[in-house]
Design a protein around this ligand. Structure first.
Ligand code: FES
Ligand code: FES
Length: 186
């Protein structure tokens, strides 16, 4: 069974985007970046260089940070993509920003904001694999994301802060699960 098909000069691609299945008819040579911005209107993902050097177009593909300007639409068939628009999380009082997003705000790691979505997604990918990175490991993880404004110190501070917040949230969740009536051990 074919999972992709060309219909005239159009390519049909089906994938999971921010937790929901989407199906798009696009140009056969479209990049994932084009599908997100032009076909789906998700303009949080930015185009800087278009050649894989600035990281402004970073998204998560099956959990890995990738440059969406270097990924062809056909390559995401059946896979899972997360963009900056998909990081919002449910909270007790309604949707809230992801801890990495909130830390960028609180640590003043955003100036013009052009690099910010890609920077945040690189940080999310890092923290999923390494919840307690050193500053050196953070710098390494964002080495493909260029920022012309901040000098990077506040960005590294923000990712460190996000690491602390995520650890605190995890500890809170575990404590909640362990309390009677919360589905944990009694
Ligand atoms: S726009 Fe993709 S890396 Fe620069
Ligand atoms: S905040 Fe302007 S490029 Fe990073």
């Amino acid at each position: 069974m074919r999972t992709q098909e060309e219909s005239g000069r159009r390519l049909k691609v089906s994938f999971i985007l921010n937790g929901r299945r989407v199906e798009v008819l696009t140009r056969p040579n479209a990049r994932l970046l084009d599908v997100l911005r032009d076909d789906l209107g998700l303009t949080g993902t930015k185009e800087g260089c278009g050649i894989g050097e600035c990281g402004a177009c970073t998204v998560l593909l099956d959990g890995e940070a990738v440059n969406s300007c270097l990924v062809l639409a056909g390559q995401v068939e059946g896979r899972e993509v997360v963009t900056i628009e998909g990081l919002e999380q449910p909270g007790p009082e309604g949707p809230r920003l992801h801890p990495v997003q909130q830390s960028f705000i609180d640590k003043h790691a955003v100036q013009c904001g052009f690099c910010t979505p890609g920077m945040i997604l690189s940080a999310v990918a890092l923290l999923a694999k390494n919840p307690h990175p050193s500053r050196e490991q953070i710098r390494e993880a964002i080495s493909g994301n260029l920022c012309r404004c901040t000098g990077y110190v506040s960005i590294v501070d923000a990712i460190e802060e996000a690491s602390r917040r995520l650890a605190a949230e995890l500890a809170g969740d575990r404590a909640g699960e362990a309390r009677p009536g919360h589905g944990g051990a009694v």
